[in-house]
Design a protein around this ligand. Sequence first.
Ligand code: FES
Length: 161
Amino acid sequence: MTATRTIVFSPDQLAEVRRLQGLYPDKRGALLPVLHMAQDAFDYVSLEVQEYVAGLFDMAPSHVHEVVTFYTLYFQQPKGRHVVAVCHNLSCYLAGSREILAHVKQRLGIGVGETTDDGRVTLQSVECLCACEAAPMMQVDDRYELNLTPEKVDRILGELR
Ligand code: FES
């Protein structure tokens, strides 16, 4: 029997939702931060969570789904203990991000959007992270790794536990 998760914010979290919604002329302006709250509270933004959040904004779940699928910061499935996000935008592309991404995939044995079997790493390929002067680059959790080479990638990935 599988456990069912309860998708409901606590009273404090609901108060924060109302506070955030009150900051904008149109409460929909608070959708992104509330989705972040939901991701923190429920680990990832499943369809069930999207539906719950849509209810808080009196909007269609399909609209919330469009937002969630547009931004790589929202995870629709459980993510790994670490998130590796390789930039694929122009400066990084010209500096070799395609080879870096291929190397990361090969080292981890997973594709973009996937998580290693041991739950260690989730891999993403993302748009510009505003560190173009140090291309190619990737974000590992909350830090930037710059001027990547395959050797540097090996060291970085090897340190992730
Ligand atoms: S293009 Fe990669 S950080 Fe800007």
